[in-house]
Each structure stands twice: as C-alpha cells, then as structure tokens.
Design a protein around this ligand. Structure first.
Ligand code: PGI
Length: 438
C-alpha cells in the first residue's frame, strides 16, 4: 500500500476543474456567452439538453469548495478562467469577472492551496467565434491580449500557468468529429484550428516571460497509450499514425518546432494543407507539460473509413465513460514524454466516472479508490524510474458538467446533488484525506 511519504516532500496533490463545467452564473455580472453556452443550448448536442447555466454554482459557492479542498488536505488546485467572463466579447474588460478570480485566488492562498490556472479550457467567447474563432489567424492576438490581462491581474499571486487544455480536443473534437463546440466536421478546419491554438499558446508564453518573470508556464495535452486492436500489420501502422496525432501533434511543435513527419505525410496524401508558419513562436520555451491521462486507445485498420482506422473497445474493466482502466498506460506515457521531451511533468488530470449513488447519505465509491490507488502507484513507479513528475491533479474535485454527456457522468471525489447543490464527500475523498496524512 503506497503512502504519501513515498512521494517527494514537495510533490503536489490537487484536484482539477474547468470554468464552464462548475461555475454556472452563465450570464451573471457581465459574463458573455462562450461557444459552449451556445452549443449546449443547441437541441441534440448534449445529453438530456443539459447546459452549464448553473452547473455546480461554484461562482457563488467557491468558498465552500475551497474549504472542502482544505479539509481533505490538498495543497494545489487547477482551475480555468472563463475568457468570456473577463472579456465578454473577447476584447472589453469585465472587472466584475476579474474580481471573481481575484477572490478565488485569495481564498486558495489563505488556505495554503497553490493555484494552477488554465487560461483556455474550451469556452471561447462566442463573439470571437463569430469572427472565425480558431480558424481566424488573428485569434492569436486576441488570446495574447487576454493572457496578458490575466498575467497582470493575477500574476503577482499565481505562479503556475497552463495556456491551453487539450488542444487536440478543441481542434479535432470541435472541428472534425463535431462532438464538441463549435460542432464543425471538417478535417482541414481541424488542422487550421490546431495550428492557431498552438500559435496562440506560443504568443501567450512570450507575453508571460514579459509579465510574470518568476512564474512557470506550460501546456496540458491529453495523452493515451495507443495500441493496435488486432495483430494485422496494417493495424500496427494506423496505430502508429493515431499515436502521432494524439500524442505528438501538440507536443512536437512546442519542443522541436515542427509536426511529426509521418502524420504530416499522411494528411498531405489525403490532399490536406498542413499549416507551417510561426513555429518559432509556437516553440517559445516552456517550463513543463501537463499530462491528462485516463485510459488507452485501441485502433484497427479499417478501409471503410477515410482515415483508414477505427477505434475498438478492449476487454479490460471499464469506467462509466466506457474507457478501459489501464494504469500501466500512465507509466508508459510518462516514460515516453520524459524520453522524448525532457521537461518537468505534472499529471494535470486523472480520474474516473463511476456509477456513484447516494445511499444513507454516503457514496461508497471503492472502485474510484482502487482506480486512484493503482494510478498513484504507477506515478510513483515513474518517479522512481527517473521521471521528473512534480504533481498530480485528480479529475475532479466535484461532479460537474461533462460536456456532451451533460450531468450523466460523475467524476468527482465530491458528490454534487444538482437539485440542492449539496456537496457530499465520497468515500474516495475520505480515503484521499487519510492518504495525504500517511
Ligand atoms: O472526461 C473527463 C475530462 C473532462 O471533464 C475535462 O474537461 C477534459 O480536460 C478531459 N479530457 C479527457 C481525456 C479525453 C480523452 C481520452 C482518451 C483519448 C482522447 C481523449 C477527459 N477529460
């Protein structure tokens, strides 16, 4: 049984959330609409028509939520800023929105919790989407202005920043599969959006070096252990391509100043244009990578698909998301990232959706305790194998708005009764509290 004391003394244990998933107050105090406000209000886009209008009402209940983190004994908290809350049209400053984040940061610091801020966790101001959003090259300048504003407002107290959360999701789910806002289905657009996300990242890093000299800034990507779902050589080939798109497309340009060639070649052969400008800006040096790990991804050759592959479901035990529980993949991906990029790492998301039910006022989520324990063990194994892993943020503190799945998936270590907004610490939160004292 691993103990907290097995980890380095200065290792951070925290939880992670995102603005649109927990804040609510979707139109309060001058907040403008994001693409997720519009997408979730579009019939058919989210489970049950769920929206982030109220969510966990964190905008009003943040002190209670910080107190819960303190009670558990967490020493860090990763959250995102809602861009349209602080610049409702992507340009004009909304002081009331900024004041909320000032109050939140002060509350965290008063409780000895280190804030990690994600500047963009998918809630683009709708006004900027109407100007082309991530397809408009000018977006990088808007993002730089937004980032500069937040560095100036909070950079005196917040020393850990993440520019983007999972640009792969923003671009490929938002512009190719259409599962996420803004719901486009165009692979060429996805490549353009991906490139403008990376350009925006680079501009924000440049601004950071000017505004917050003593801070650390990084980029959070999803990583997943991609494996062939059968033994055909073609499946190994497509698995290698998918691996490069998910696990290298948004890392390589930031470190090497170029996209992975095999994947570029594949897109060019499909007749697509792969943007190739501004790699000098994109590769402005960063201080760490954030790693969002949940599961592995199995792919097989499938010529009926224009991409020549399809995802298949493996036979390991799965979470409520249908994702296999595969802790070994966390170790493998941490080693991969260390050996390819040689940067400090934070696990900025890891956790599971479970069949959480309240019985006699309690939520007995032993499955989540086992999931976390097994992934903690693999993280420790990676540290002992020489990975410079500096922290671990559990997804998530609270049950929250799970994008297209609405409120049907519960990832929190704290249960949220959405009818009453009552918070109930699950057994996993109690287990974590003990672990952090072990
Ligand atoms: O689905 C749980 C969380 C979301 O609530 C977060 O907002 C988002 O950052 C986030 N990303 C992932 C990874 C999704 C994924 C898994 C496997 C392969 C590709 C993407 C899981 N999650």
């Amino acid at each position: 049984m691993i103990k907290r004391s097995d980890f380095p003394k200065d290792f951070l244990f925290g939880t992670a959330t995102a603005a649109y998933q927990i804040e609510g107050a979707a139109k309060e105090d001058g907040k403008g609409p994001s693409i997720w406000d519009v997408f979730s209000h579009t019939p058919g886009k989210t489970f049950n028509g769920d929206t982030g209008d109220i969510a966990c009402d964190h905008y009003h209940r943040f002190k209670e939520d910080v107190a819960i983190m303190k009670e558990i004994g967490l020493n860090a908290y990763r959250f995102s800023i809602s861009w349209p809350r602080v610049m409702q049209d992507g340009k004009n400053i909304n002081q009331k929105g900024i004041d909320f984040y000032n109050r939140l940061v002060d509350e965290l610091l008063e409780n000895d919790i280190i804030p990690f801020i994600t500047l963009y966790h998918w809630d683009l101001p709708y006004a900027l989407y109407e100007k082309g959003g991530w397809l408009n090259d000018d977006i990088a300048m808007y993002f730089r202005a937004y980032a500069t504003l937040m560095f100036n407002e909070l950079g005196d107290r917040v020393k850990h920043w993440i520019t983007l959360n999972e640009p792969w999701c923003s671009s490929f789910l938002g512009y190719f599969t259409g599962e996420h806002a803004p719901g486009h289905q165009n692979l060429q657009e996805a490549l353009i959006a991906a490139h403008n996300l990376l350009r925006s990242h680079g501009h924000a890093v440049q601004a950071f070096r000017e505004e917050v000299r003593d801070g650390k800034i990084g980029l959070t990507n999803v990583v997943t252990k991609v494996e062939p779902g059968d033994s055909r050589p073609e499946s190994f080939f497509v698995a290698s391509l998918v691996d490069k798109v998910i696990n290298a497309w948004f890392h390589d340009p930031v470190i090497f100043g170029k996209y992975p060639e095999e994947a570029v070649k594949n897109y060019v052969e499909m007749g697509l244009n792969v943007p190739d400008n501004d790699f000098d800006i994109i590769s402005t040096p960063i201080d760490f990578f954030g790693v969002n790990y949940y599961t592995r991804t199995l792919v097989v050759f499938d010529e009926t698909n224009p991409m020549k592959f399809s995802y298949v479901s493996g036979d390991l035990p799965k979470t409520e998301m249908g994702w296999e529980i595969y802790p070994q993949g966390l170790f493998d991906m941490l080693i991969y990232l260390k050996e390819r990029y040689r940067l400090p790492l934070y696990i900025t998301e890891n956790g599971m959706a479970g069949p959480d039910k309240v019985e006699n006022g309690k939520v007995i989520d032993d499955y989540r305790i086992e999931y976390l324990e097994k992934h903690f063990e693999k993280a420790l194994e990676a540290i002992n194998a020489g990975v410079n892993l500096k922290g671990y943020f559990i997804w998530s503190l609270l049950d929250n708005f799970e994008w297209a799945y609405g409120y049907s998936k519960r990832f929190g270590i704290v249960y949220v009764d959405y009818n009453t907004q009552k918070r109930i610490l699950k057994k996993s939160a109690q287990w974590l509290k003990e672990f952090l004292r072990s």
